[in-house]
Design a protein around this ligand. Structure first.
Ligand code: HEM
Ligand code: HEM
Length: 183
């Protein structure tokens, strides 16, 4: 029942855990980041920047693991009975775009952070390399990019969630249940 690998019609434990862990993490990181950017940095809030960066890099690692896992254990085919072709195309395209943004958002945050000249230190322990030159222009543009990619991510997530809820309550198929592991 509780299989690790994906089946032809089911999501395994690994994919489900990655999906929900990342969903929770990303949904928390969006307001967290907005709050950080609107707060005057001070010694008292410095650790929160460190926490945001550390969690963000963890999410980057998780999405890489997720992409590797897709190769090792391909996802089940989308349920399509009675669903309009444009909706299936929208779902497939938005899944690809969500992946692109799950990669691009933390990479933009990391490169913008690199440009500030302040080290990115994971959980106060591991210093990551700089992936952009220290420069005020990179810093400014990098954080602007980090913001706008995050906005795009939030919009796509809203569409994605609307689609999932529609499948559940409107179309009444097993799409949401099988991602929850209830089908
Ligand atoms: C998927 C993960 C991430 C999400 C969803 C996320 C989201 C956000 C958002 C929405 C903002 C507000 C931007 C603004 O209003 O200007 C922000 C700010 C920030 N992010 Fe991220 N972020 C992520 C990962 C990262 C990573 C990996 C780093 C660095 C290594 C980082 C560093 C920062 C910093 C330093 C700020 C504050 C910018 C400022 O004070 O202007 N973020 N983040
Ligand atoms: C930040 C939040 C989220 C992101 C980035 C995200 C991303 C994704 C991606 C990329 C897929 C494609 C399959 C995969 O690679 O795992 C997927 C599948 C799915 N997501 Fe999300 N998701 C998020 C939140 C949610 C939420 C809150 C719900 C429920 C209301 C949900 C419901 C589903 C369902 C039901 C599937 C399975 C689709 C299928 O069986 O074909 N997701 N999600």
């Amino acid at each position: 029942m509780m299989r690790a690998r994906n089946g032809p019609e089911t999501w395994g434990l690994v994919s489900r855990a990655l999906h929900w862990l990342m969903a929770a993490g990303l949904l928390a990181m969006l307001p967290f980041g907005l709050w950080l950017a609107r707060t005057q940095p001070s010694l008292g809030t410095l650790w929160l920047y460190g926490l945001h960066k550390s969690l963000g890099v963890m999410l980057l690692v998780l999405v890489l693991l997720r992409l590797v896992w897709h190769r090792l254990s391909p996802p089940p085919v989308m349920l399509s009975e009675g669903v309009a072709p444009w909706q299936l195309r929208l779902a497939a395209t938005s899944h690809r775009a969500l992946y692109a943004l799950m990669l691009a958002v933390p990479l933009a945050g990391w490169s913008a952070s690199s440009a500030t000249g302040i080290d990115t230190v994971l959980f106060g322990r591991w210093t990551l390399p700089r992936i952009a030159p220290v420069s005020e222009a990179w810093d400014r543009r990098g954080f602007a990019l980090h913001l706008w990619l995050s906005v795009a991510l939030a919009v796509l997530v809203a569409i994605h969630v609307a689609g999932a809820l529609w499948r559940h309550w409107g179309h009444r198929d097993a799409t949401l249940r099988r991602m929850l592991g209830w089908a």
